[in-house]
Design a protein around this ligand. Structure first.
Ligand SMILES: C[S@@+](CC[C@H](N)C(=O)[O-])C[C@H]1O[C@@H](n2cnc3c(N)ncnc32)[C@H](O)[C@@H]1O
Length: 398
């Protein structure tokens, strides 16, 4: 179904609401300028892109679309302000002097982009050092490859500073921090890369809420629907995760592993892993009948059904990939509820990997004290060393 993905950031008929991280315009009148703006950005024609978005704003008929364009223009400014020049060098961090810097306050409305605020915990000694950051535009969005402003990758320029405190109000989340400068942010990431990310963790404590109901966003009850454009978009967002996973699985030297993805979406994820591990057997499952049908063409088996009731025997998979306990797919409460039945599908000696395009709604606190599992890592370092992303690996020990 999927072809290669340029222009994959453009609209898909499979999505008809754009209130989460997926940003498009509802009104046809402004769409043409908006799409042109995205193309211009992908050609590095930044100021022409800004003009096209401004034109789209002038044509927009609804406050919803005007707000979307305003938000994108603000995110473009934030991206530029935070960007670290290519030739910048890391500089050692003197943490005691950092802690004497004046505290900065950052507030994010809970219906804006709070799922972009992250805590980066470092080291093993308690209390762990905790930095706070806020995602900025994904390079995949800038290249017009995905419709969402953010992807899973966290780069050094997204760090704000050392966390001091956090607070929740009825309309926003607030964090306080001692700021880090750009060379210090580079140094933090240099140290994470040097240890291959084994003691770092990224967590996303603040869920996106709907403006009126204050409820979290979820998949529709019947699961996601897909068309060709959407198939491409979904695929583009996870390229770096698939590359890393293929390399990681290969390094484990598993013998004829059974790979299970209980919310397999289009099946691309498992099918790409099978390309790297030709003796593997792939089993998908999805809440959406249409997704199960699409993925059946790519996998050895695909089942239709809620992941709450796994369709594979207990303890039968050597690797289980959890890509749906994530922001805008399930609620935080559902994520905790779905975990226990899924853990039971892993064979002794097998791995359970929790990852995703949007933030994982669980953290190491959910995994550290499981008696049958050992937590091996919480993040992965991108193969190109451009950043890190959430990648919880649990190994079943008994
Ligand atoms: C895998 S997740 C995230 C998608 C990912 N970004 C991608 O590129 O495919 C999305 C899938 O989870 C499915 N899903 C959501 N809740 C589910 C559940 N409780 N059980 C099984 N599948 C579920 C949706 O139908 C959708 O196909």
């Amino acid at each position: 179904m999927a072809s290669s993905g340029k222009d994959s950031g453009s609209k898909t008929a499979a999505i008809n609401h754009y209130d989460g991280i997926f940003k498009f315009l509802h009104e046809k009148s402004a769409q043409e300028s908006f799409v042109r703006g995205r193309e211009l950005l992908s050609e590095n024609r930044w100021s022409e892109g800004v003009s096209a978005f401004t034109e789209a704003k002038a044509k927009a008929q609804t406050s919803n679309d005007v707000n979307t364009i305003d938000l994108i223009l603000q995110e473009m400014t934030r991206y530029n302000d935070n960007l670290i020049p290519q030739d910048a060098a890391p500089a050692p961090v003197d943490w005691s002097s950092v802690s004497k810097r004046p505290v900065v306050r950052y507030e994010e409305p809970n219906d804006r982009l709070p799922q972009g605020v992250f805590i980066l915990s470092l080291g093993t000694a308690e209390p762990r050092r905790r930095l706070v950051g806020r995602k900025t535009l994904s390079n995949l969005w800038l290249k017009n490859l995905i419709p969402e402003l953010f992807c899973s990758l966290v780069r050094p320029d997204m760090v704000l500073g050392e966390l001091v405190d956090q607070r929740v109000t009825d309309h926003s989340y607030i964090v306080f921090y001692h700021p880090l400068d750009k060379p210090e942010k580079l140094q933090v990431f240099r140290e994470i890369y040097a240890e291959d990310g084994v003691t770092a963790e990224l967590s996303f404590p603040f869920p996106l809420l709907k403006t009126v109901t204050h409820k979290e966003f979820t998949s529709p009850a019947e699961g996601w629907q897909v068309d060709n454009a959407y198939d491409n978009m979904l695929s583009n967002g996870e390229v770096h995760i698939r590359k890393y996973t293929a390399q990681y699985l290969t390094s484990l030297k598993l013998n004829k592993p059974r790979l299970y993805d209980p919310a397999c979406s289009t099946g691309i994820f498992l099918s790409m892993l099978q390309a790297a591990l030709p003796d593997s057997y792939t089993i998908g499952q999805d809440l959406s009948r249409q997704m199960a049908d699409v993925s059946r063409e790519r996998l050895n088996e695909a089942h239709h059904g809620n992941a709450l009731h796994p369709k594979i025997p207990l303890a039968s998979a050597q690797a289980v990939f959890i890509r749906f306990l994530n922001s805008e797919v399930v609620t935080s409460a559902e994520a905790e509820m779905l975990l226990p039945p899924l853990l039971k599908t892993v064979a002794v000696g097998g791995i359970f990997v929790v990852l995703g395009h949007t933030p994982v709604l669980l953290s190491s606190a959910n995994f550290r004290f499981l008696t049958d599992f050992r937590l091996e890592r919480c993040v992965a370092v991108d193969i190109d060393k451009t950043g890190i992303f959430q990648y919880y690996v649990l190994k079943r020990t008994k």
